[in-house]
Design a protein around this ligand. Structure first.
Ligand SMILES: Cc1ncc(COP(=O)(O)O)c(C=O)c1O
Length: 459
């Protein structure tokens, strides 16, 4: 037996774990619903928020500093208030707050020899995570053989871009959909269809855009995207390395495309030696299949796929024929030991809970939430439209969809105890990324009650 196994089998470890898990459970279960902040914490909390704004060079979007404890989708803040968290760090905390499986994974990680994993020295769980992601990706035979771990969605996307350019050298151009978001690096700022996010930054890449699918004109937008793609390919023959696709536009406003829309584009790209990259940093595990490309039946086109957020560690998946011929990829950190262990535990629970499948838990809760939002729209004409999105990515448009209306509504929801976030522009929407491992109908009911209360106070 390895000495490390002897440590794990030491009865003191099991005992300590049991004690910690019991203590967490006893205290976490006191957090059961929305509550306001407490007077005795008011001054200290306000001071902490001011110091946070100073330290980070600007106030955070929400006046949010967690107390460090929660219970499922409920999170306690430093002022003693409790919020219903339906945005979970923009899709990160897939089991909500203070989940015992996260503590368990973290204790195991804490007993490991190092806090961080990296490309020079890997532990067995880094291997397990890579194999797990490759296995999930190959469920329907997508040609994805390799997996590189990284610490952010942006880095996963940078790695994907590097592999694509390297493989299609000397091509230098990228095709993206209108309204897409790829991350905050210098290269990804060019892919992201938000001029404000490139303000004052030099141009690093040549990117051309095609219209995204729009449900108001399915045929027109599908045809329009194809025509624009053909035009770009004809104008810059041999210059495109890849097309970059978000299968549900996330930051862009929760617009899912369709199989027909994507398949046509992917086919033309492959015919023109242009690689297809699916950015699944936000969609991963939120639709009817672990990967959105599986949900839309696009496995054959998945040349490169990136994911992150809910996995606690990010990754780039790619096929063997794209294996770089030089040392263009590496990082000191692939992920924190605890992140990798926790990510594996999240995947276990999502699978155990039956999140996937056409009638799986993700889609079932989407239907439930969507019906409730639909009913709210009918009861509150002009104040809410929607729902939009797919699976455990769901949004609505408040009122006239102006930036002002959406911000006011988001703030109101926060004050009433529900956390969501903005998405899109013209219209501006409010989106939710409920934690897929633990969200129940009851939580959705409470979210909708809060939305209705906020609507009743709006003009
Ligand atoms: C689709 C998509 N790609 C990439 C990213 C960037 O990920 P990160 O913020 O971890 O760098 C995000 C983040 O929101 C995203 O939604």
């Amino acid at each position: 037996m390895l000495t490390s196994q002897e440590l794990l089998n030491d009865p003191r470890v099991a005992q300590a774990k049991e004690l910690l898990l019991a203590a967490l459970r006893d205290h976490s279960q006191k957090i059961t619903g929305v509550r306001p902040g407490r007077e005795e914490h008011r001054t200290e909390y306000a001071d902490a928020l001011t110091r946070l704004a100073n330290a980070r060079g600007g106030a955070p979007y929400f006046p949010y500093i967690s107390s460090g404890l929660g219970n499922g989708p409920w999170v306690e803040l430093g002022d003693g208030s409790v919020k219903l968290d339906f945005i979970v760090g923009i899709g990160v905390h897939g089991l909500g707050h203070s989940h015992p499986a996260m503590l368990n994974a973290t204790i195991d990680a804490g007993l490991e020899d190092t806090i961080m994993q990296g490309n020079l020295q890997h532990d067995a769980y880094s291997l397990a995570m890579c194999e797990r992601l490759i296995g999930l990706a190959k469920k329907f035979e997508a040609p994805l053989d390799h997996c590189l771990l990284s610490t952010s969605g942006a880095m996963a996307n940078e790695n994907a871009l590097k592999i694509a350019f390297h493989s299609r050298f000397p091509a230098t151009r990228v095709i993206c959909m209108d309204n897409c978001f790829a991350g905050r690096s210098m290269a990804l700022a060019q892919l992201t269809d938000r001029p404000a996010y490139r303000m004052g930054l030099p141009k690093t890449l040549d990117v051309d855009f095609i219209p995204m699918f729009h449900p108001s004109d399915p045929d027109g937008t599908t045809r329009g995207a194809m025509e624009m793609l053909q035009k770009h390919l004809a104008r810059h023959p041999g210059e495109y390395a890849c097309i970059w696709l978000e299968l549900v536009a996330g930051e862009g406003g929760y617009y899912p495309g369709t199989k027909e829309y994507f398949e046509g584009l992917c086919r033309v790209c492959h015919d023109n030696n242009v690689l297809v990259i699916f950015d699944e940093v936000q969609t991963f595990t939120r639709l009817s299949q672990p990967f959105a490309f599986q949900h839309f039946g696009l496995d054959a086109y998945a040349d490169l796929v990136t994911l992150g957020k809910i996995t606690q560690v990010c990754a780039t998946l790619y096929g063997d024929q794209l294996k770089p011929k030089g040392p263009i990829l590496s990082q000191t950190f692939t992920g924190a030991t605890a992140s990798i262990r926790a990510g594996l535990a999240v995947l276990d629970i999502l699978e155990e809970k039956g999140c996937f499948g056409e009638k799986g838990w993700n889609m079932e809760r989407h239907v439930y939430f969507a019906k409730k939002l639909q009913a709210l729209a009918e009861r509150n004409p002009g104040k809410l439209s929607g729902p939009y999105g797919e699976g455990m990515m769901i949004a609505f448009t408040p009122g006239d969809g102006s930036a002002e209306t959406a911000k006011t509504m988001l703030q109101r929801l926060y004050d009433l105890g529900l956390m969501g976030f903005l998405a899109g522009s013209n219209p501006n929407r409010i989106r939710f990324l409920p934690p897929p491992g633990i969200t129940t109908h009851e939580h959705i009911d409470i979210a909708c009650e809060i939305i209705e209360r906020a609507l009743s106070e709006s003009n």
